[in-house]
Write a protein of this length. Structure first.
Length: 117
């Protein structure tokens, strides 16, 4: 099983980034996918989640209206479009998969997003 994130970078405040997470080794289309982030000295927090079919999404209040989660089950990929980035968005962003029974879950290795002028 693998979750491989990419797209993290250094960006100026107000800028945009597009994160991707490619999954392999499990039936991606049956899993709820979630983006989490962890800033230095802080706990890991949920950023955005999407159901297995993509029909429902959920966002942290701090990113509503700025971030969009989406998925392509044919490509085994989940995305996070991030707009109007703020320094407070600086963190390592992790991809997470949770299976239909809730008993199996997987994490990616993370990708660094730094928002700074």
């Amino acid at each position: 099983v693998q979750l491989v994130e990419s797209g993290g970078d250094l960006v100026q405040p107000g800028g945009s980034l597009w994160l991707s997470c490619v999954a392999s080794g499990f039936t991606f289309s049956r899993y709820v996918m979630t983006w989490y982030r962890q800033a230095p000295g802080k706990e890991r927090e949920l950023v955005a989640a999407i159901t297995s079919t993509g029909g429902r999404t959920n966002y942290a209040d701090s990113v509503k209206g700025r971030f969009t989660i989406s998925r392509d089950n044919a490509q085994n990929t989940v995305y996070l479009q991030m707009n109007s980035l703020e320094p407070e968005d600086t963190a390592v962003y992790y991809c997470h998969a949770r299976g239909p029974t809730g008993t199996d879950d997987y994490w990616g290795q993370g990708t660094q997003v730094t928002v700074s002028s």
